[in-house]
Design a protein around this ligand. Structure first.
Ligand code: FCB
Length: 442
C-alpha cells in the first residue's frame, strides 16, 4: 500500500457553506428580502422550482451542525453572513437579531475549538439595493463597506479570518450577464459595472477589517477555471486567451495592482467609464490571503463551437481535472506571490444513492477529494504556501439555479426530515483531518 501523504504541521482542514444555501428562516428575526428570495419566485429560474425558505434549516439547527463539524474533527468552518439579516434595508438601521445569530454561531464554533472563517458576501444582496440598480450602482460598494464595518465591529475580536466577497466573477457574470443567477439580468455592459463595483466594495473593506480587527487576516475568495484551446489553431488560442482574461485574470490582476487585463478589456469592448480616479488604488489594498475555489477546467473554442469534454464528469457535467488545482495554485503563486492561499472550496456534485438508513457510500466523491487534495500537496511541495483546505460542502444544500437537485455535501441532508447523515466521504475526510495526511484508503 502506498504511504499516506503527510501535510505540513498546522495545515487546516475544514468545510464550507454559505448563508442562503443552508440557513432557511428567510422571514425570521427581521431579515430583509435578498435578491435570491426574489429570483426564486421567477418562473423557470430554479430547476426544481424550489427556494431558500427552509433550505437546511441551519438557522435553527446551528448547534447540531457545529456538533457535526466537531464529531468529524474538522478544525475550521467557512460560512457566510447574510447582509439582509444585518441591515435589512441595505443601508442604515442595524438588525441586532441578525448580528446575534452570527455571534451565537461563532461562539458555538469557538467553544468547540473550530476556527470560524467568515465571508461577508456570498451573493445574497438585499433586494432593496437591487431595486436601486444593484451592483451596477456604485453606491452599493459603499453600502457594502458600511455593512462590513458593522459586522467586523461586532465579531472581529473572535473571527480571525475575513473574506470580503465570494466569487465576484459569478455575481457579475451569472447575475448580470447571463441572467442564470439573481438578479437575473442580461447585459454585458452592466456586468462590467457590477464587476468593478464588487471589486471596489472589496477594496474599500480591506482597510476597515485591518483597522477594526488588526489581529485578523483579510482576503477575498475567487474562483479559477483553467482553460485550454480545444484545438491548436490561432482562432481557438485567441478565444482561449480572452476567456482566460475574463474567467481567471479579471479579478486577481486589479487586486495585485495590475489593473484589468488589457487584451480582454479590448476584445470585450469595455470603455471602463466606471473606473474613477483612485479606484484601482483602492482595489489593490494589500490582502493577507487569497481564497481559491476550484472545481473543473474548460476547453475553449472560437465562434462558440461546442467544445469536446473528454474527461469523466460530475453531476454538474463538469470535467474532473485534479491537476488543475495544482496548476492554478502554481500559476497564481508564480505570477502574484500572495502570502498565503486557502482552498476555500473544492468538491463534487454526484448522483448519490442513499441506502435505507440514508447512508451514501460515495466512493466516487472520495476519489474526487483524494485526487484534488493530492494535487494541493504537490503545489505545497513546489513552494506554494497553501495553509488550508475546505471541502465544498459540509451539507447537501440549495445549489442556486439547480435548486436541491445537485448534491455537493459530504454530509447528506434528507430534506423531508432534515436528518443529517455523514456520507462515506465525510468519514474519510474526517480521517484526513484527524491524521493530517491523505491516502485513498484511510
Ligand atoms: C461555487 C459557489 C458555491 C457552490 C459551488 C458549487 O461557485 O461559491 O456556493 O455553489 O460553486
Amino acid at each position: 500500500m502506498p504511504q499516506p501523504t503527510q501535510f505540513p504541521q498546522n495545515f487546516l482542514w475544514g468545510s464550507a457553506t454559505s448563508s442562503f444555501q443552508i440557513e432557511g428562516a428567510t422571514n425570521e428575526d427581521g431579515r430583509g428580502e435578498s435578491i435570491w428570495d426574489r429570483f426564486c419566485q421567477r418562473p423557470g429560474a430554479i430547476a426544481d422550482n424550489t427556494n431558500g425558505t427552509v433550505a437546511c434549516d441551519h438557522y435553527h439547527r446551528y448547534k447540531e451542525d457545529v456538533q457535526m463539524l466537531s464529531t468529524l474533527g474538522l478544525q475550521a468552518y467557512r460560512f457566510s453572513i447574510a447582509w439582509p439579516r444585518i441591515i435589512p434595508s441595505g443601508r442604515g438601521a442595524v438588525n441586532e437579531k441578525g448580528l446575534d445569530f452570527y455571534e451565537r454561531l461563532v461562539d458555538e464554533l469557538l467553544n468547540a475549538g473550530i476556527a470560524p472563517y467568515a465571508t461577508l458576501y456570498h451573493w445574497d444582496l438585499p433586494q432593496i439595493l437591487e431595486d436601486n440598480n444593484g451592483w451596477v450602482n456604485r453606491d452599493t460598494a459603499y453600502a457594502f463597506a458600511d455593512y462590513a464595518q458593522t459586522v467586523v465591529a461586532r465579531l472581529g475580536d473572535r473571527v480571525k479570518s475575513w473574506a470580503t466577497l465570494n466569487e465576484p466573477y459569478v455575481s457579475a457574470s451569472l447575475g448580470y450577464r447571463t441572467g442564470e443567477h439573481a438578479p437575473g439580468r442580461k447585459s454585458l455592459t452592466d456586468s462590467f459595472a457590477a464587476a468593478h463595483h464588487l471589486l471596489l466594495a472589496h477594496g474599500l473593506t480591506i482597510p476597515i477589517i485591518k483597522e477594526l480587527a488588526p489581529q485578523s487576516d483579510a482576503g477575498i475568495v475567487l474562483n479559477f477555471t483553467p482553460c485550454f484551446p480545444e484545438k491548436d489553431t490561432p482562432q481557438d488560442k485567441h478565444a482561449n486567451a480572452i476567456q482566460d482574461g475574463w474567467d481567471n485574470r479579471w479579478y486577481v490582476e486589479p487586486i495585485v495592482g495590475m489593473g484589468y487585463p488589457a487584451d480582454t478589456v479590448e476584445a470585450l469592448g469595455w470603455n471602463q467609464q466606471e473606473i474613477l480616479q483612485d479606484d484601482l488604488n483602492t482595489i489593490s489594498a494589500p490582502i493577507d490571503f487569497l481564497g481559491v475555489n476550484y472545481y473543473t477546467r474548460s476547453l475553449v473554442t472560437a465562434d462558440n463551437r461546442p467544445a469536446a469534454a473528454p474527461l469523466p464528469k460530475t453531476a454538474m457535467d463538469w470535467e474532473i481535472y485534479p491537476q488543475g488545482i495544482n496548476e492554478t495554485l502554481t500559476r497564481l503563486h508564480n505570477n502574484h506571490n500572495f502570502k498565503q492561499y486557502f482552498i476555500t472550496e473544492n468538491g463534487a456534485a454526484l448522483n448519490d444513492m442513499p441506502d435505507q438508513k440514508d447512508f451514501v457510500d460515495d466512493q466516487n466523491r472520495i476519489d474526487y477529494l483524494h485526487d484534488h487534495i493530492k494535487q494541493v500537496h504537490a503545489a505545497i511541495e513546489s513552494g506554494v504556501p497553501v495553509k488550508g483546505y475546505f471541502a465544498w460542502s459540509l451539507f447537501d444544500n440549495f445549489e442556486w439555479a439547480f435548486g436541491y437537485e445537485k448534491r455537493f455535501g459530504i454530509v447528506r441532508v434528507n430534506y423531508e426530515t432534515q436528518q443529517r447523515t455523514p456520507k462515506a466521504s465525510a468519514l474519510w475526510f474526517s480521517q484526513v483531518a484527524k491524521s493530517n495526511q491523505v491516502s485513498r484508503d484511510l
